[in-house]
Design a protein around this ligand. Structure first.
Ligand SMILES: *Cc1c(COP(=O)(O)O)cnc(C)c1O
Length: 365
């Protein structure tokens, strides 16, 4: 019976899907969770009480507002979307990446991005049957290798180029003038993914409209609302009206619409939290950099890319987890990430716990 089932699956599930490994989330029960770029701060009690009242008024027997109008207006405002630009909301920005890829997919069409980069660009290209072209970043500092990117654009004529700004998992900002050259050279769409906007002052949002092929993507996840699943795509109507056709109706549920609109009315709370994370970032970076042979790369995001001395990443990762601190081990994820770890910047207490645990691990080694 199960052999037959296996035969059926192999017959019908596309080979490239069978070859994928499902997106892995590490168990975090009981650990200080510094592995997923989450905002570590929960909501103050008064805010929770007021939010509960908002939820009590939500009519979950009804379908959500398909245009999410009550949420879109404040979201445009908070994200600084230029007035003449259209927006589409997604169930997380991951869904927006998928909508873009579904709209542009076709035989021999490709998605181009940089490596190491955000894994969902490659995964979603595969889901949609597109070729994926990953251009390596410069080994020394993970900057954009402009010549290599331009050459790959010329060779592959990608339907879409995704650039995360700042980049994940490296945390750095690419040179804005280099991105501009990529936008000008790309034959198709360029998506600047600004998931980490709350932690940097750099943005392409005000430059929408300067280019015919630029759209900008944002999310509320890294700002502190990862559980709501809400992303935003901003750009010219000509592109977004097409992408909107592949959006599943009611993709933003009633509870997310009500909760996000409520949260945006209290944006100052989240601004204070992200400001605290930005303040902690250089303190944590300096403390980690004190260890011999460690490189902490420049970050404009809410995480740090850290290179351990050769061969230590796995040992340090395991030692931290044994001491109750969960980070991300990137060693082995890409050749350029050899010996690399990626801790998210947490609360001062969480960062202190990471710093203390690492000291124990290093000294005990
Ligand atoms: C986290 C992340 C996202 C995903 O955001 P969601 O809105 O939670 O789906 C998108 N792009 C980059 C670069 C990210 O790091």
């Amino acid at each position: 019976m199960s052999d037959e089932r296996q035969r059926l699956v192999e017959n019908w599930v596309r080979a490239e899907i069978r070859a994928l490994r499902a997106y892995h989330v590490q168990p975090a029960q009981g650990l200080i969770k510094l592995d997923a770029m989450e905002n570590p701060y929960t909501w103050p009690a008064e805010l929770r009480a007021a939010w509960t009242e908002v939820l009590q008024a939500a009519d979950v027997n009804r379908y959500p507002d398909p245009t999410a109008a009550a949420l879109t207006a404040p979201l445009r405002d908070v994200m600084g979307v230029p007035e003449d630009m259209r927006v589409i909301l997604g169930n997380g920005s991951d869904e927006l990446i998928q909508m873009i890829a579904m709209s542009l997919a076709g035989p021999s069409r490709s998605v181009l991005s940089v490596e190491p980069g955000f894994v969902m660009y490659r995964m979603i290209a595969t889901f949609c049957g597109m070729r994926y072209v990953g251009v390596p970043l410069a080994a020394a500092d993970f900057s954009l290798d402009l010549a290599a990117v331009l050459q790959a654009i010329d060779a592959h004529q990608p339907a879409v180029v995704f650039l995360a700004y700042p980049n994940n998992p490296t945390g750095n900002l690419f040179d804005a003038a280099a991105i501009e050259q990529v936008i000008r050279a790309a034959p198709g769409l360029v998506v600047v993914d600004e998931a980490y906007a709350p932690f940097t002052d750099a943005t392409f949002m005000p430059r929408l409209g300067e280019f015919d092929n630029l759209v900008v993507m944002r999310t509320v996840s890294k700002m502190g609302l990862a559980g709501l699943r809400l992303g935003l795509l901003a750009g010219p109507a000509e592109w977004l009206d097409e992408f909107d056709k592949v959006r599943l109706p009611y993709n933003i549920n009633v509870l997310t619409q009500a909760s996000a609109a409520f949260a945006l009315r209290h944006k100052a709370v989240f601004d204070a939290q992200t400001a605290a994370i930005r303040t902690e970032r250089p303190r944590l970076a300096a403390a980690l950099a004190e260890h011999d042979g460690v490189t902490v790369f420049a970050s404009d995001a809410n995480f740090l890319l850290v290179r351990t001395p050769p061969g230590r990443a796995r040992v340090w990762f395991d030692g931290l987890r044994e001491r109750g601190v969960l980070i991300k081990n990137l060693d082995g994820a890409h050749p350029l990430l050899a010996d690399c770890l990626r801790p998210t910047v947490g609360t001062p207490a969480e960062n202190d716990a990471l710093i203390a645990a690492l000291r124990e691990v290093v000294e005990g080694a």
